[in-house]
Design a protein around this ligand. Structure first.
Ligand SMILES: Nc1ncnc2c1ncn2[C@@H]1O[C@H](COP(=O)(O)OP(=O)(O)O)[C@@H](O)[C@H]1O
Ligand SMILES: [Mg+2]
Length: 241
């Protein structure tokens, strides 16, 4: 059978991000065709910065970025249409007074008329089990409900790729498991950045590990997570006075 190979979800070549003197993402080169990717690593290892580069929210200092067939550096508009980004803190994403209005607001530049925007928002709220909260004040929702709202407001725009940065970090165990189950229902390509290793292990087909901005491991979740756990649980040496 002929035909071109499928376009990768993410294709990075020599991507670095420097803030002042500090290199936070250091020469990352990777091609991802898997539909579900996890990015793990210690606090400050550069995960969120790399996720923002992939999401087109910041440009790399050097290197080439291609994500779902778009160069987000050159074509920000296409990147915004094709890539959705959910932040760890869902409060940062809530912009409208009620749940329904917040989801509809995501479609303000869609070119759809009001009736269609309302219909799509209603469907998104149904999909994420938020229909009963449609007219509730968005800021009054629980953390778990806010995280679902952020996901609904992202997914309603039908992105090809959804990037979730620490989607369970602010959630309790029950809500984390519910969020994991909800993310598992997505047909869209998904990147989860997390140190919730259960979440990453349950969802991802491939996992990248960052240490100090460098890509230091890459492979199947069981293996990458096991090596990461082993490194992170090594005895901590403490100096006694
Ligand atoms: N806009 C910025 N300016 C300066 N330093 C930043 C900026 N954003 C992130 N950093 C620094 O880059 C490092 C990596 O941050 P981040 O990508 O958020 O890591 P992670 O998500 O893995 O915890 C941190 O030390 C952070 O302080
Ligand atoms: Mg982070």
């Amino acid at each position: 059978m002929g035909g071109a190979a499928p376009e990768p979800v993410v294709d990075l070549a020599g991507v670095s991000v420097t803030f002042g003197e500090r290199t936070v993402v250091d020469d990352v080169t990777v091609t991802v065709t898997e539909r579900r990717l996890g990015i793990i690593g210690a606090n400050g290892s550069g995960k969120s910065t790399l996720a923002r580069v992939i999401g087109g929210l910041i440009a790399p200092t050097t290197g080439r970025v291609r994500v779902v067939s778009v160069d987000p550096v050159r074509d920000g508009r296409a990147a915004r249409a094709r890539i959705g980004f959910c932040f760890a803190d869902p409060d940062a994403q809530i912009v409208m007074p009620t749940v329904r209005e917040d989801v509809e607001f995501s479609l303000r530049r869609s070119g759809l008329d009001k009736a269609e925007r309302t219909a799509r928002a209603t469907a998104a709220l149904d999909r994420f089990g938020l229909a009963h909260l449609a007219d509730a004040p968005a800021h009054r929702l629980s953390s778990g409900e806010k995280q679902l709202l952020a996901l609904a407001a992202t997914l309603v725009r039908s992105p090809a790729l959804v990037i979730c940065d620490e989607p369970t970090t602010l959630l309790d165990l029950r809500n984390s498991r519910e969020m994991t189950a909800v993310l598992d229902t997505l047909d869209e390509s998904l990147i989860v950045v997390s140190h919730d290793l259960d979440l990453v292990g349950a969802l991802c087909e491939r996992v990248l590990r960052l240490d100090d901005g460098k890509l230091t491991d890459d492979g199947p979740p069981e293996q990458v997570i096991a090596r990461y756990r082993a490194d992170m649980t090594a005895p901590i040496r403490t100096e006694r006075p």
